[in-house]
Design a binder for this molecule. Structure first.
Ligand SMILES: *Cc1c(COP(=O)(O)O)cnc(C)c1O
Length: 230
């Protein structure tokens, strides 16, 4: 069942890439396993899926401890500074950095653990009050400031687009994030490597890919609906 769902997503990714004249190798599917049991992760892992997304530090850490063979864990949810110490050496990528304070804490804990932590800057392109992330016009300065910190490496940008019925409504936001990505890349800041654009979820990942996404975060489309009441 999970395998069929995953394959169906992979097929749509392939077709969206073809429409956009891109190679499907340019797009990584992050299977968002939040609220789902570790057995679901292990089942997909057996089919060769390696990238999993979690939005809570505690859930990521417990799955990290319990899984037998390692996978690549992506932290995609809001991160509080007091929890940074638990994850800096466990994550493949932190998608949700949205302040200098948080970046400084990541840098500090990364030095202690002798790792370099790859991160994305979260941008609230749609300027929704309910979402974390920076306003577009704040991003350039923050990227520069974070690039000066040791043991943290900026790899790109992330956004969570609004929940809409028609994914076309989000196309413009994806386009804006891609443009910002290009603008930052052209600055050639030291220690900034703009290579990852994390945008698109179950409802809108095909549009996101057409607009340049290199990572999509798919939960419901792979694991089915989430139940938050358990
Ligand atoms: C839950 C979540 C997703 C996956 O959402 P679906 O609509 O289930 O695909 C993607 N990104 C973030 C940041 C999330 O919290």
């Amino acid at each position: 069942m999970l395998k069929e769902n995953y394959d169906a997503v992979a097929e749509k990714v392939k077709n969206a890439c073809a429409r956009a004249g891109r190679s499907k190798k340019e797009v990584t599917i992050i299977a968002v396993s939040k609220t789902k049991p570790l057995s679901d992760v292990v089942e997909l892992q057996q089919y060769g899926v390696m990238d999993f997304g979690e939005n809570k530090v505690q859930e990521l850490c417990s799955k990290y401890e319990e899984i037998e063979k390692p996978v690549r864990w992506h932290l995609i949810g809001h991160l509080q500074t007091n929890k940074v110490k638990y994850i800096v050496d466990k994550v493949e990528l932190i998608h949700s950095v949205d302040s200098l304070k948080l970046a400084k804490q990541i840098s500090k804990e990364a030095i202690k653990k002798e790792v370099t932590v790859p991160i994305l800057i979260q941008v609230n392109v749609a300027q929704e009050d309910t979402k974390f992330g920076l306003d577009t016009d704040e991003v350039m300065d923050l990227v520069y400031e974070i690039s000066q910190l040791p043991n943290i490496a900026i790899k790109g940008l992330m956004t969570i687009a609004p929940f809409v019925d028609d994914p076309e409504e989000n196309r413009d936001y994806f386009r804006k994030l891609k443009q910002l990505f290009v603008d930052i890349d052209e600055k050639n800041f030291d220690n900034v490597d703009m290579s990852i654009l994390s945008m698109g979820m179950t409802n809108d990942y095909e549009v996101a890919i057409e607009e340049g996404a290199t990572m999509i975060r798919v939960g419901t489309g792979i694991f089915g609906a989430r139940n938050y009441n358990i």
